[in-house]
Design a protein around this ligand. Structure first.
Ligand code: GLN
Length: 493
């Protein structure tokens, strides 16, 4: 009997359909795996009852021959998505105990497609971070260890660190992530899984705790490209409750998957070759280029001249939007309240926010408030908006020369817990290859490419034209077939 936790989304869906096993057996297997993996701290809340109820429903549907696209598939949901009646915290103390009265559109769509929920996944607080260490519920441990004999604990990346760890450790076949400036792609690369950030507006932001509204996008993280395509189809679609939602039909990404990329032009942007990046990253990039050429793609050197301004631009715009979005946590409407006795309203705001927000969130609020303040608005926020337009224009121009871009996902493999927490700029550097596509709103995906000398996964990034997720997925599939990445962490948890 196969271990059911070895199966991904497509295999579970198909097996339930064919009667190879019941959905209930699948749910039980993953619930047991989640229980055994508590040491990873991947979940903030476990919801086995939800997964079981959905599985029993799927087994009834099978008898009646009316299975839905994700019937019988148990998923993990990042704690940034509001789940009706189930604690939703965005990993912040300020929302501890908050039980939304409504369901986010994305989680609601996944449940309507038949999926069950194993639990709410740990993450960086308000999705601010690259290591999952800013969570108020403790860091997540990467399931991976270096092969040097030492047992140094590694970060799974962030902000979707619980999501990444859960898929890599085989305690969830697929999960939701969110990506504002790399939070799906960077953790996917760090743990050797696949993660897709679709075009801005594909997935509704309704019920997704807001970080930087002009950048936030939901997306799937799973074991491979097909699993991501299946999940993305279920998660996407127009939502009148989100004014930036795209009013377009959802393409049949899975049905149109094809690894035939002969004649596609893949651009290699020269500005992504930056100093200080380990030789291993360059080597894996060269290998990826060779695989794409082998698949029949035409490789072209291209230039995106404003790339080096992307990181500083992101770290002005994202905190600015965050400072405004986070103004709503005032102790009145959501979650925690600290009210000093006989204190004023202001004193309550101050005490609540001082106690509820973590240090990184406070840093972002201060930066954001500063760049939006009367004397500095023009010098910082306005300027950043202009540079953002130039970065987007770079991409528009480059599509005359190529159909897709191939770059590294991150400038290094996973780093150790605690290594960068005292140096925010070093932490922010993680996002250097991820933020340009975020600023331009483009679809981008990280695919596992291989292991470094220490046995840790490395990922490469494919970036596509707006709304062209299909080309990104197809190139990802061609890549996956050649990379043949099957490495998985040895269970120590
Ligand atoms: N690491 C980036 C940040 O801290 C991106 C986070 C994200 O995409 N949510 O802002």
């Amino acid at each position: 009997m196969t271990d059911l936790t070895d199966l991904g989304v497509a295999a579970i869906r198909d097996g339930v359909r064919e009667g190879a096993f019941s959905a209930r057996e699948v749910a039980d297997a993953f619930i047991a795996a989640v229980d055994k993996a508590k040491g990873l701290n991947a979940f903030i809340v476990e919801t086995p009852d939800h997964a079981i109820a959905a599985a029993e429903e799927a087994d009834r549907e099978r008898q009646h021959g009316n299975l839905r696209p994700l019937s019988g598939v148990p998923l993990g949901i990042k704690d940034l998505f509001a789940t009706k009646g189930i604690q939703t915290t965005a990993a912040s103390g300020i929302l501890e105990g908050f039980e939304p009265a409504y369901e986010s559109t994305v989680s609601g769509k996944l449940f309507a497609a038949g999926a069950g929920m194993l639990g709410k996944l740990n993450m960086d607080q308000f999705a601010m971070g690259s290591s999952n260490e800013t969570s108020a519920f403790g860091n997540v441990f990467s399931p991976w260890r270096r092969n040097d004999g030492g047992n140094a604990a590694l970060t799974p990346g962030g902000s979707s660190g619980g999501s990444a760890a859960a898929v890599a450790a085989r305690i969830a076949p697929g999960v939701t992530g969110t990506d504002t400036g790399g939070s799906i792609r960077q953790p996917a690369a760090f743990v050797g899984i696949t993660g897709v950030k679709p075009t801005y507006g594909r997935c509704s932001r309704y019920g997704m705790v807001a970080f930087a509204s002009s950048l936030d996008q939901a997306g799937p993280m799973a074991r491979d490209v097909r699993d991501c395509a299946i999940m993305l189809e279920a998660m996407s679609g127009f939502d009148p409750k989100d004014s930036t939602s795209l009013d377009l039909p959802v393409p049949k990404w899975e049905a149109n998957l094809s690894s035939d990329i002969r004649g596609r032009r893949i651009g290699i942007p020269k500005e992504y070759r930056i100093d200080g990046v380990p030789a291993e990253i360059d080597a894996v990039w060269e290998q990826g280029i060779a695989w794409m050429r082998d698949a029949g793609a035409e490789i072209v050197e291209v230039s995106l001249p404003h790339t080096r301004y992307a990181l500083p631009t992101y770290y002005i715009i994202a905190p600015a939007e965050a400072s405004s979005n986070l103004a709503r946590y005032d102790g009145v409407r959501y979650g925690q309240r600290r009210a000093p006795e006989n204190g004023s309203l202001d004193a309550m705001y101050e005490a609540t926010r001082a106690a509820g927000f973590g240090p990184e969130v406070k840093r972002r609020i201060m930066i954001g408030t500063y760049v939006l303040s009367a004397g500095f608005y023009d010098a910082y926020f306005n300027q950043a908006q202009k540079v953002r337009a130039l970065i987007a224009r770079d991409f528009e121009r480059v599509w005359a020369e190529c159909d897709l871009l191939l770059t590294p996902t991150t400038p290094s493999a996973a780093f150790g817990l605690g290594e960068k927490m005292d140096d925010p700029l070093a932490m922010y550097l993680n996002d250097v290859f991820a933020v340009p596509a975020s600023l331009a709103g483009l679809p981008a995906m990280s695919v596992p490419a291989g292991l470094d000398a220490q046995g840790l996964p490395l990922g490469l990034q494919l970036i596509g034209k707006a709304l062209d997720e299909q080309s990104v997925l197809n190139a990802g599939l061609a890549f996956e077939e050649r990379a043949g990445f099957t490495a998985r962490p040895e269970a120590w948890w």
